[in-house]
Write a protein that binds this ligand. Structure first.
Ligand SMILES: C[S@@+](CC[C@H](N)C(=O)[O-])C[C@H]1O[C@@H](n2cnc3c(N)ncnc32)[C@H](O)[C@@H]1O
Length: 293
């Protein structure tokens, strides 16, 4: 009986192994390593190594900020507080968690806006991609500041639902796209955006490797390659990061020439806009690259 049960469980794991989502959703107790495998059923060393590698790739990260289930649950908890916001009803509480919204590192008005708008003014009607939107009210405030061609995504479905409620039907109708997607494998065409505005998402992606720095770098590099791929020549990747400044820098340097040619135009040192806004008022480091070829 034990042999039969184990066979089913081992086979099931082998069949579903290629799918990240399924594996992640497997109940903990249904895990090969929790069973004593009968000697006759022992897997070959190569298969064991493959499984170990796979488990390492798809295990729950040991840092909660790199964990999809953590984000999804926290956004589910925020959902009830988010006010359905019709365009122009004035209920903007960018930094108020009691409204269910939360902006990492900075809000939009007088915080991120001066630095972003200097490079990508709303007047040129730019197409902007916002990865890992969650319940960040910045996108709503960007829309109200004149950015209409907005696309946003998050890998946490409840994060997308938060954004949907926060934006309200009128803005949703006018912006370009909002969906569930993973930054490491994007459903968008090459060279289709004038700008990517990342705030905290690359941090979260880096942390998804937990203590395994090699895995962290791999996830980060996958995401940066994808973000670079979808930006047009003349466009920018604008990144606000705290958890992995050096790694983002390294990863972007590495993708130069393979995904277009890039030049860095903000390197994290103190920057002052023409209007006198200083970048040290943003609670993280601003890194920006422009695609030049
Ligand atoms: C630190 S929060 C930042 C949220 C928002 N950008 C802000 O500035 O307030 C990180 C966000 O990235 C999302 N995220 C993490 N890994 C992701 C991935 N691989 N693809 C898409 N979204 C991801 C999380 O669900 C979360 O919403």
């Amino acid at each position: 009986m034990i042999v039969l049960t184990t066979t089913i469980i081992v086979s099931w794991n082998l069949i579903i192994a290629p799918s990240h989502g399924w594996v992640a959703s497997l109940p903990r107790r249904i895990c090969v390593s929790h069973f004593k495998v009968h000697p006759r059923l022992s897997l070959s060393k190569e298969t064991q190594q493959q499984q170990q590698h796979h488990r390492q790739q798809h295990r729950e990260p040991d840092n909660r900020f790199g964990n999809k289930a953590y984000w999804d649950e926290s956004y589910r908890n925020s959902l009830g507080n988010i006010l359905d916001d019709d365009c122009g009803n004035g209920q903007h509480n960018t930094h108020d968690p009691s409204t269910g919204t939360f902006s990492w590192y900075c809000g939009w008005k007088d915080e991120l806006e001066p630095f972003f708008a200097e490079l990508v003014p709303p007047g040129i009607n730019p197409s902007v991609l916002v990865p890992g939107i969650g319940n960040d009210a910045c996108i709503r405030d960007m829309f109200d500041a004149g950015y209409r061609r907005l696309t946003a995504f998050d890998y946490a479905p409840a994060g997308v639902e938060c954004a949907r409620r926060m934006l309200g039907p009128e803005r949703l109708r006018l912006m370009e796209d909002l969906r569930v997607a993973d930054a490491r494998s994007l459903p968008y065409r090459d060279a289709s955006y004038d700008a990517v505005l990342d705030k905290g998402t690359l941090d979260s992606i880096y942390l998804s490797g937990g203590k395994n720095k090699e895995l962290s770098r791999m996830h980060l590099s996958m995401a940066i390659t994808e973000l670079a791929r979808v930006v047009k020549v003349g466009g920018i990747v604008f990144c606000v990061t705290a958890a992995c400044v050096d790694e983002v820098q390294r990863s972007f340097d590495a993708c130069n020439d393979t995904n277009g040619r890039w030049r860095q135009i903000r390197d994290g040192t103190l920057y002052v806009t023409e209007d006198g806004y200083t970048s040290n008022n943003v609670d993280a480091t601003i890194l920006v690259w422009e695609r030049i070829g």
